[in-house]
Every structure is written in C-alpha cells, then in structure tokens.
Design a protein around this ligand. Structure first.
Ligand SMILES: Nc1nc2c(ncn2[C@@H]2O[C@H](COP(=O)(O)OP(=O)(O)O)[C@@H](O)[C@H]2O)c(=O)[nH]1
Ligand SMILES: [Mg+2]
Length: 234
C-alpha cells in the first residue's frame, strides 16, 4: 500500500492561530496555479480527488491540511501566479504564508511543483530565494513530464539541477508525472525521510526470475556497448 494512501482532508486554515496544534511533522506543497500541485498530492496519496477539495471556493487562498497519520500532514499552499490585486497578494503573503513558511517548527520541507515545460519562472525563483535561507530542504517536482520527449525531460532536469546549485545542497529535483504515475516512488522516499515515516520496500524478485534475467541481459548489453566505445577510441 502506498505510504500516503490513508491521507484525508483535515482542515482549511485562514489564520495563523488556527494551525493544527498536534502537528509534529508536515510538508508544504507550493507552486504556480495550474502547475499540477493538487494532481501531485492526489498521485502521492493514490487518490483521484483528495486534493481537489482545496479548489472549493473559499479554500483556494488558504492552507489546506491533509492528515497522513497522527501528527503528520501534507499542506497544500495557495497557488501563485494568477492576476490578483497587489494588496491582496501582499496581505496574504505577509499575514499567512510568510510567517507560516518562516516560523512553523513542524514544517520539515517544501515541495515546489514546476511545470516541466516552463520551469523556473520568476515567481518560482522568488520562492526559492526566499525559502532556501530557512535551511529546510526543498524538493522540486518537474510535473507533467509526460508532455515532454525523453530527451527534453533530460535537458530540463539538467537545466534545473544546474540552477539549483545556487540554492545549496538541501535542494533536490526530479521528473514527475501524475498522469503516467512516474516519479512517485522517488518523491515518496524523499517525503518519507522528511516526515520520519517508513517506506514500504518492494520485495526483491526471486532468484532466476524473468526480471532478474532481463536485468542481467541489459547489463551485458551495456558492458558490450562500453567495450565497443573504448575499442573505437583506441
Ligand atoms: N498531462 C498531464 N497533465 C497534468 C498532470 N498533472 C496535472 N495535469 C493537468 O494540469 C491541470 C492543472 O492541474 P492541478 O493539479 O489542478 O494544478 P494546481 O492548480 O497546481 O493544483 C489539470 O488540467 C490537470 O489535469 C500530469 O502529470 N500530466
Ligand atoms: Mg490545486
């Protein structure tokens, strides 16, 4: 069973005073509106509609808490980037988001979702520049990877990895697709370690299984390819 499968919607917080007091560990999800944040939370929880409750009118501007197990939560933050009045943006940032991200002891790290076709927007960079000095880790999901070719995925990953060097070693990046359900295990491992939860390790295939034979065959082919390469160089 996926680790976060028991996630349930818990509460919506519009005021710092209403933050859950029993929370020991939580992970916040941020990103531009439409980047795929709700879909990523749903994919991690293996639940098709869980995070879409945060689309309910009245909840989109607030923090939405999903309880994983006792005292551990995912927190869906308001998406940024939609045209809003500057004073509204400032009010929300200064009154709720900034103090939450900066001062919440239970917050273990930030997952930043970026559409892999348009990563590193100005607002993403502002968020990174602002959050990195807290010293807490940041994990970037390059979402909707299914919309890129394999080659474009590799290029984007490298580009974002290079840009992340400026933000210190507590920042990691991966490709992700909620649609194809790819990258989920990698993300689950990162979040499990932040939340001090234990991931369920798949059982190793029995010796002599087809999977193992295929792996050996692939290894042999790879070795053969390497050998041809070095022969060509000589
Ligand atoms: N192709 C594809 N579309 C996705 C993926 N994740 C999200 N979407 C689509 O992108 C749109 C915005 O997704 P949503 O999760 O609501 O974004 P949010 O505003 O960041 O919460 C929706 O139409 C989703 O169906 C993905 O992995 N692949
Ligand atoms: Mg959403």
């Amino acid at each position: 069973m996926p680790l976060f499968q028991s996630a349930v919607f818990y509460t919506t917080v519009a005021d710092l005073r209403d933050l859950p007091i029993d929370s020991r560990c939580e992970v916040a999800f941020a990103g531009r509106s439409n980047a795929g944040k709700s879909s990523a939370i749903n994919a991690l929880a293996n639940h098709s509609r869980l995070a879409f409750v945060s689309k309910t009118p009245g909840r989109t501007q607030h923090l939405n808490y999903f309880r994983l197990v006792d005292g551990k939560y995912f927190v869906d933050l308001p998406g940024y980037g939609f045209a809003k009045a500057p004073e509204e943006v400032r009010g929300q940032w200064e009154g709720l988001l900034a103090p939450y991200l900066q001062q919440r002891p239970a917050l273990r790290g930030l997952v930043l979702i970026m559409d892999s076709r348009h990563p590193l927007t100005d607002l993403d960079l502002q968020m990174l520049e602002w959050f990195a000095p807290t010293g807490k880790p940041i994990h970037i999901l390059l979402s909707k990877a299914d919309k890129l070719t394999w080659q474009a995925q590799c290029l984007t990953l490298r580009e974002v990895e290079n840009a992340m060097r400026d933000f210190g070693e507590r920042c990691s990046v991966q490709l992700f697709s909620s649609l194809k359900r790819s990258g989920i295990q990698v993300a689950e491992n990162v979040l499990a370690s932040w939340l001090e939860m234990t991931t369920v390790v798949d059982k190793a295939p029995p010796t002599g299984s087809r999977t193992e034979k295929t792996a050996r065959l692939r290894q042999r082919r790879a070795v053969g390819w390497g050998a041809r390469q070095s022969a060509a160089k000589r």
